[in-house]
Write a protein that binds this ligand. Sequence first.
Ligand code: NAD
Ligand code: UDP
Length: 319
Amino acid sequence: MRILITGAAGFLGSHLCRRLLSEDHEIIGMDNFVTGKPDNLVELSGHKNFSFYKHDVSNYIFVPGNIDGVLHFASPASPNPESPTGYFNLPIQTMKAGALGTHNTLGIAKDQHAKFLLASTSEIYGDPQVHPQTEDYAGYVDPVGKRAVYDEAKRFAESLTMAYYRTHEVDTRIVRIFNTYGPNMDLEDGRALPNFLKQALLGQPLTVYGEGNQTRSFCFVDDLIDGIVRLLYSDEHMPVNIGNPDEMTVLEFAETINRIVGSSAGVTFLPNQRSVRDPQKRQPDITRARTILGWEPKISLEEGIQKTIPYFKKKLNIE
Ligand code: NAD
Ligand code: UDP
């Protein structure tokens, strides 16, 4: 297939490009570097089947030649209000990437009779009242809250995707991605794993927000990409959760990272600046992924962190 991947310079986009190139697809990457890094494209740029356009997907997209697949991953994704690349600080860009970017990329898929895959998120469930989250749970969100720029953009993107499927019969898929980590993450984007792993490697205490009782379930990137590729190759049009159901508190997560890295600096508790609707619990129900895609994560947290450490050490210039 000849596949357009938006958000190609980002964490997940760069892994997706690499994986699909390894399966002999031709990949056209697109990104405007609002949160992604040219560094993430270095390994890809030498590949004979890879080309790249610097472009903002909120504007009309033109790519010459036939397209067989469109994978829309472009969007700021970090919820940390302290990070300049967090979506709290890019509110309009985030809404435009989810709304106009989804419209433009669906337009290409319709025109080209191409498969379309939307990168959605567990954030569409908001601060969930159903646990673990099943795909039929409609969520608990606030349309005017500060997180809404991301949540509602993704909810709109899902609705638009289903409208193109139902009205124009575009061959669409929706993946609801839960917290994922691994190499190529931006060390400065303020998400839990980059903050914690960087702090542990530098021998600093890990900054746990609130009491660290909120829970998350962290998936290693290779597992996630495998689930997404299976979904792409499937015939499933309704949303599918992809994530690791191994749930733990943020405090347990921090302590695990300290143990794996061998840091004795402990944790420091900070007021939770995300206390407005920082989801208190999050765990994917992956029954649909298991039954429809035959997928489940294989990489343990310990193994995944070990695979991530060399990238972080390189970026931090430490041995
Ligand atoms: P990321 O910030 O590393 O990557 C996003 C990429 O999109 C960046 O390279 C950025 O420059 C690009 N981008 C943003 N707006 C753009 C625009 N208007 N035009 C062109 N490019 C644009 O984030 P990520 O973690 O790789 O997330 C990728 C996708 O997966 C996002 O859609 C995000 O919502 C979704 N997602 C990620 C996670 C996760 O745990 N990483 C969880 C849920 C959903
Ligand atoms: N968190 C934390 N310390 C940090 C960064 C994040 O305690 O330095 C917490 C945050 O409040 C949230 C959880 O870790 O409850 C996961 O945050 P992340 O930014 O990874 O993504 P989210 O799951 O909120 O989208």
